[in-house]
Ligand binder design. Structure first.
Ligand code: ZN
Length: 440
């Protein structure tokens, strides 16, 4: 069979199974679960993997699973979908107890990943391909419920708070040569349906505690050390750094005060702050982070308070791979007109797929078919065909391009790729970033 016929056959199978794929998307939407709690979604994905005859590894990082095709000689492609929901209590479909809702469209990713698995397997396309495919349902992309996850870490169940960080740490991606996934995004206001090859920001997370000394706010303020003043100065100090951030680094620092004091007639002695330091390159993030720490410490010093800064490794910037982008673009052009496809650009948000993109060649387009901004009450699926049937087909077709004819294309992509970091360097980077600074 030639490549064109094979792709057509795959697309036909995906269309024939569209209802099943749609049901999976809806089932996960109706049962939103937060990171490392995605038991329902994992079970549902596993049942579908089982029906396809994939070899299954289950609950690999608390939750999540991998379905692997029969082993053949050749490169291995990893197709990923994320399992977790976000918290957005304002969303009409959010869970009353947990506030969880699929307002980031990860249920769409699972539907797309499963759709491509169905297409590739039920069409017997694998008989014509020279390599392996792993379909991967990854937990915990959203960086939320940090206390719960820290608890899992203390119990030894996880080592890192993000699902893909944990995957890399647990060697689960060691045998994957090329990875791909897609993310939902409403681009309708620009009259676009697809965005291919954008880069994204990475970040370092920070918990900050200013420690002062309590005193009666009316009777003896002169005897206190006002930790809230330290925090306010620190925020102003951060603002004074902004003109030194380079435009190309796309730095974003957005602190919030999570505790401003206890009661109004006591000088605040315990004030807490959280922030991310985001940027487009690791160098840029580290430079901004140094300045932010300087600003925090200066705020504390000015009033004689102490400051404790706990740094948590966030996600790395998202990198694109031009060869994969090109291949995917030529496939998705079968369904979407060229003028509705954007390419490149940069996204100031962060994705843990960025970490993977530093180690192996990776594809991460954005696909429309949804309405409303990510993580807001307005987010919903608008056009299921575009949201996950089109990407399911386009990813499967890209896999055909990669693994057809002795996997020549996949081998080229692998050979041309220079990783920004080896896995070991990556893990070292994560432990370098995890630190506590106490300035008295
Ligand atoms: Zn997301």
């Amino acid at each position: 069979m030639d490549k064109k016929d094979l792709k057509e056959k795959i697309c036909k199978v995906i269309d024939e199974n569209a209802e099943l794929i749609m049901n999976v998307e809806k089932e996960i939407y109706d049962n939103p679960e937060l990171g490392y709690k995605e038991n329902y979604a994992t079970k549902l994905v596993m049942e579908n993997f089982e029906k396809l005859g994939l070899k299954i590894d289950e609950n690999i990082t608390v939750t999540g699973c991998i379905g692997t095709t029969n082993e053949k000689i050749g490169p291995t492609i990893g197709v990923m979908g994320e399992l977790d929901a976000v918290i957005c209590r304002e969303h009409p479909d959010s869970n009353k107890d947990t506030g969880a809702v699929h307002a980031c469209g990860h249920n769409i990713q699972i539907a797309g990943m499963l759709g491509s698995a169905i297409g590739l397997i039920l069409s017997d396309a694998l008989d014509y391909l020279d390599g392996n495919i792993k379909f991967i349902a990854v937990p915990a992309e959203e960086y939320v419920e940090l206390a719960f996850r820290t608890g899992l870490k203390e119990k030894g169940e996880i080592n890192y708070l993000g699902g893909k960080q944990e995957f890399i740490y647990k060697d689960l991606l060691d045998d994957i040569d090329i990875s791909m996934m897609f993310h939902a995004l409403d681009m309708s206001k620009d009259n676009k349906k697809v965005l291919i090859g954008p880069t994204g920001n990475g970040f370092i997370g920070k918990n900050v505690q200013f420690i002062g000394e309590e005193s009666h706010a009316g009777g003896a303020p002169e005897e206190g050390v006002n930790a809230l003043n330290a925090a306010m100065l620190a925020i102003n100090n951060i603002n004074a750094q902004r003109e030194t951030f380079k435009d190309e680094d796309m730095i974003r620092v957005h602190p919030i005060i999570t505790k401003g004091g206890d009661i109004v007639n006591v000088v605040p002695a315990d004030v807490r702050m959280e922030t991310y330091v985001r940027g487009k390159s690791i160098k840029g993030i580290l430079d901004a982070n140094k300045k932010v720490n300087r600003a925090l410490i200066a705020g504390a010093k000015a009033v004689g308070a102490e400051v404790k800064i706990t740094e948590i490794p966030g996600y790395l910037p998202l990198l694109n791979n031009e060869e994969l982008d090109k291949m995917f673009k030529s496939n998705i052009e079968n369904f979407i007109s060229k003028d509705q496809i954007s390419t490149n650009g940069s996204f100031a948000g962060s994705f843990d797929f960025g970490d993977i993109s530093h180690i192996i060649p990776s594809l991460h387009p954005f696909i429309g078919g949804v309405k409303g901004n990510l993580h807001t009450r307005d987010f919903k699926v608008h056009d299921p065909y575009l949201a996950y049937i089109v990407p399911a087909k386009s990813m499967a077709m890209t896999i055909v391009d990669l693994l057809f004819n002795n996997a020549i294309k996949a081998k080229e992509v692998i050979e041309n790729f220079t990783p920004k970091m080896t896995k070991e360097e990556y893990l070292d980077f994560l432990s370098d970033v995890s630190k506590e600074i106490l300035e008295k």
